[in-house]
Write a protein that binds this ligand. Structure first.
Ligand code: BMA
Length: 304
């Protein structure tokens, strides 16, 4: 994969009130793109903002955070919102994010137009992060990857899957993927978390995920890819032993949290793949790849 030469595509001050704009998700929308962006303001309050783009690169991000209306429940508390993901399922766009409800858990909302947003029940009890929905249902049920965690800078974490018939009640929780052994693939030995919404490919589902190693200078976040079984996505078919992208550019190495590449979205148009990632918890970067090369690499350099 290679980085867009004009990264970062979104700067930390692109909203007048912002301190940083990073871990954010985009989807095709109308004749362009729409997205939900994480921005921390200058009081360092975490919130999510809608944004629009004609080309997926130059973004107009609203200056006010998303105001939720009640969806499938009464309005529930949301002390903060961060790390959104977006996916289109059937007739609407679903947004998941890390919702502050006595600590982080997974918030869910839907929108048809990125103007009105309807907040639903939280998917899980606290603490949980990195909730990522599949674009299709399995036997009539929605499916979501997530990572049970703690209330701090969690020093552990594996990826689970859960199912729901109605986007309200979640169950059938299964473990999908655990951290790797330090000796096998150290960049992903401390914690892992789903990144982009899964992309349907011939072999099953392609996901980009983040993996973390705890170094003497703190956590370092890199990006890998995995392919999950088409019918039963709790089964991992392949998963990269080497990372696909690790912090290397200045905007990834320095910022509010150094050494972070945090993928939250991937667009796929035929053979062309574009991954959107938060860089150093400060700005947004874009990386490109060819689908076949990524899939071949994942198969040929797999941990399992
Ligand atoms: C995680 C989340 C992410 C962040 C990452 C690196 O726990 O807070 O939003 O990008 O840490 O700081």
């Amino acid at each position: 994969m290679w980085r867009y030469s004009r990264n970062p595509i979104v700067g930390r001050y692109d909203i007048p009130s912002s301190n940083s704009i990073f871990n954010s998700a985009v989807v095709p929308f109308g004749d362009g793109y729409a997205g939900v962006f994480r921005s921390d303001n200058k009081a360092v309050q975490m919130n999510i903002y809608a944004g629009f783009s004609k080309d997926g690169i130059n973004w107009d991000i609203n200056h006010e955070p998303i105001e939720m209306k009640p969806g499938n429940t009464d309005m529930i508390e949301s002390d903060y919102k961060y790390d959104p993901r977006v996916v289109f399922i059937e007739d609407r766009y679903w947004i998941t994010w890390c919702n502050g409800y006595h600590g982080p858990t997974i918030g869910i909302a839907y929108t048809f137009d990125f103007a009105d947003f309807y907040q639903c029940e939280n998917a899980f009890l606290p603490f949980n992060r990195n909730g990522v929905l599949f674009p299709e249902k399995f036997d009539g049920k929605y499916a979501m990857l997530s990572r049970p965690s703690d209330n701090g800078h969690t020093p552990f974490g594996d990826i689970y899957i859960s199912y729901s018939p109605d986007m309200k009640y979640w169950g059938e929780h299964r473990c999908v993927m655990k951290v790797a052994d330090f000796e096998e693939s150290a960049w992903q030995c401390t914690k892992i978390g789903a990144g982009s919404a899964p992309i349907r490919i011939k072999e099953g589902w392609l996901i980009f995920y983040h993996g973390v190693i705890n170094t003497c200078r703190g956590f370092r976040y890199s990006m890998g890819a995995a392919i999950l079984n088409e019918k039963n996505p709790s089964k991992v078919l392949y998963r990269t032993r080497p990372y696909l992208l690790a912090p290397n550019e200045t905007y990834e190495l320095t910022g509010d949290v150094p050494n972070v590449i945090f993928p939250c979205a991937a667009l796929c148009d035929g053979e062309k793949v574009a991954v959107y990632y938060g860089a150093a918890d400060t700005v947004i970067g874009l990386a490109f790849g060819c689908l076949k090369e990524i899939v071949d690499f994942t198969k040929n350099n797999s941990l399992q």
